[in-house]
Design a protein around this ligand. Sequence first.
Ligand code: FAD
Length: 582
Amino acid sequence: GFPSSSKLLLVFSLSGGGLVAYSESQSTSATNNTELERLANKKKVVVLGTGWASASFLKDLDISSYDVRVVSPRNYFAFTPLLPSVTCGTVEARSIVEPIRNIVKKKNGEIQFWEAECTKIDAAKKKVFCRSSIEANLVGKKEFSLDYDYLVIATGAEVNTFNTPGVVEYCHFLKEVEDAQKIRASVIDCFEKAILPELTEEERRINLHFVIVGGGPTGVEFAAELHDFVYEDLVKLYPMVRDLVSITVIQSGDHILNTYDSRISSFAETKFARDGIDVCTGCRVLSVTDKNVNMKIKSTGEYVPVPHGMVVWSTGVTTRPVVKDFMEQIGQESMLLTCMAISALLSGMQGKRRVLATDEWLRVKGYEDVYAIGDCATIDQRKVMEDIAAIFKAADKNNSGTLNVEEFQDMIDDILIRYPQVDLHLQSEHLSSVTDLLKDPEGNARKEIDIEGFKLALSHVDSQLKSLPATAQVAAQQGAYLSRCFNRRELCKTQPEGPRRFQGQGRHEFMPFRYKHFGQFAPLGGEQAAAELPGDWVSVGRSTQWLWYSVYASKQVSWRTRVLVVFDWTRRFIFGRDSSGI
Ligand code: FAD
C-alpha cells in the first residue's frame, strides 16, 4: 500500500468541491511517482537459506528500503535443537517447524520466497543461479537467476562423512526433519524385524543393536532419547526382546561431549554407564556395511567389526558444495588449505572446518556486499590478530615500549569492543595474568604498563582464539546483528564514521559483531540434563532438565510451535511416546 498517498487524499477531501478531484489525481500521481521511484531505488537483497541465521535476519529486517528475495530448498524453519526428540516421537515433526512465509510476513511490504536451491554464486556479476527442487509435475523452467545489491549467504552446512565408505549407503543422519522422521520409522522397524519368527537369539540381538557414531551433543542426545524410548515405551510393547536391546556410542576422542566442561562429560559418561549405554572412546570408524561398523581401536591398532541393526552418523558438519565453489572462485579455498596445512603441521592437530571467512562485520573478505552468517561462515581470526597488533603499534606513539595507565585502558577498551573473542577469553582463564600487569610485585598500581608484558599475556590468545562454534545460538545472533546493520544503513550514510569514538579513524560504520554466549545444554535422558552456563557454572540433574524445558519452550519462533511443543511434552508424560512408526 501507499500510506502517504492515502493521508493526502483524506486532507484534500476535507477541503471539498471539484478542486478535490483535480488535486487528488495530481497529488496521487505525484505521490505514486515518488513511491515508484522509491521502490525502484530499493536495494535488492538476496538471502540464501531459511535456517537459524536467515530466519533471525529476516524477522527483524525493516524492508521499507530493501527488496528482499529469499531462496531455499526448504520452505520452513526447523527448530533443530529438538530434532533428537523427533526421532523418538517425544515431539512431533510438525511441532518444531514454522512455514517461512509466516516468518517473513511483514506489515510494511512483502518478502518474496522461492523454494529452490542456489547452485552458483557469481560475485563479479552480482548474480545467483538457482534451481527449483520441486521435481514432480513441474511445467516450465526449473532454473532462474537473481541479481542482487547485497547477498546474505546463510546456507548452513552439511553432514561430514569424512568420505568413509558405506556411510551414505548404510547410515542415518540427524540433520534435517526428514532425517529424524526416517530414524523414528527405522527404530520401530528394527523391533518389528527382531520379533519375526525363526530368528536366532543372536540375530534378534543384532537387529536391536543401535550404533551411534559421534559422541558430540547430537549423538549423545540421540542416544539418551533412544534409551528412554526403548525402556519407557518400547519394552512394554515388545517384552520378549527386552534384554536383547543394546546402544553403543563410538567416539574418536577420549571422552564424549568433549567440547563441554569436563564435569559434564564425566557426568554423561557415568550416567550412560549406569543406563547400560556402551561408550567406545578412542575408536575410529573406517567403513560401514549393511551388517557391520568396522572400527579401529586407536590405542591397540586392533580392527573390530561391530554388527548393527541401525547406525546413526553424527560426526559434525562440512561446507556445502555451493559455498565450496564460491570459496574456490574467490580464492579462499586455496588460502585456507595452506593455512590449515601449516597449522596442522605446527600443532599436530586436525585443521579447522573449511568455511567462508568473513571479517568481524560478517562481510565475506574482499566482497563488501556479500555477507555470510551461521554455520557456513567463520570470522577470520588471522585478521583479528593483525588488527590487535596494529592497535598496539598505534597506541605506542613514541615507540617507548610502555603506555601510561589511561592509554592502556583505552587500548584494552578498543580491543574488547572490537574483539569479543578476546573479551571472552580474558574473562575466563587469563584475566588474572592481565590484571597482574596493572600492579607491581608489592601490589601497588603501576603508572606505566609494559607493552611487551601485555603482548605476552595476550600471546596465547593467538593460538587459543577459537572460531565461534557452529551453533544455532551463534547463527541467530549473527542474523539479528546483520538485520540491525541493514536497518541502520540509511542513518550510516549521514554518519559514515559511526559512533563518535571511531570518528576520524576511517573505521567501518558499524560496531563489529559481538557474540554473547548464554551457555549450552546436554539432555542426558531419564529427565536429567547437564548445562554449561555463563561464568563457568555447571548444572546437572533433574532441575536442569526443567530449565531445559523452559528455555526451549521460550525460544520457539512462534506461539503456534510453542503451544504444540508444550502439548507434545505433556502428551508424552501422560500417554508415553507413539510407537506406530509413521
Ligand atoms: P541451517 O539452520 O542449517 O539453515 C541452512 C538453510 O540453508 C536451510 O534452510 C537450508 O535448506 C538452506 N540451504 C541449504 N543449501 C542451500 C542452497 N544451496 N541454497 C539456498 N539455501 C540452501 N545448536 C544450538 O545452539 N543448540 C542446540 O541444542 C543444537 N542442537 C542441534 C541438534 C541437531 C540435531 C542439529 C542438526 C543441530 C543442532 N544445533 C544446535 C546446531 C544448529 O542447528 C546449527 O548451528 C544452525 O542450524 C545453524 O544455522 P544456519 O542458519 O547457519 O544453518
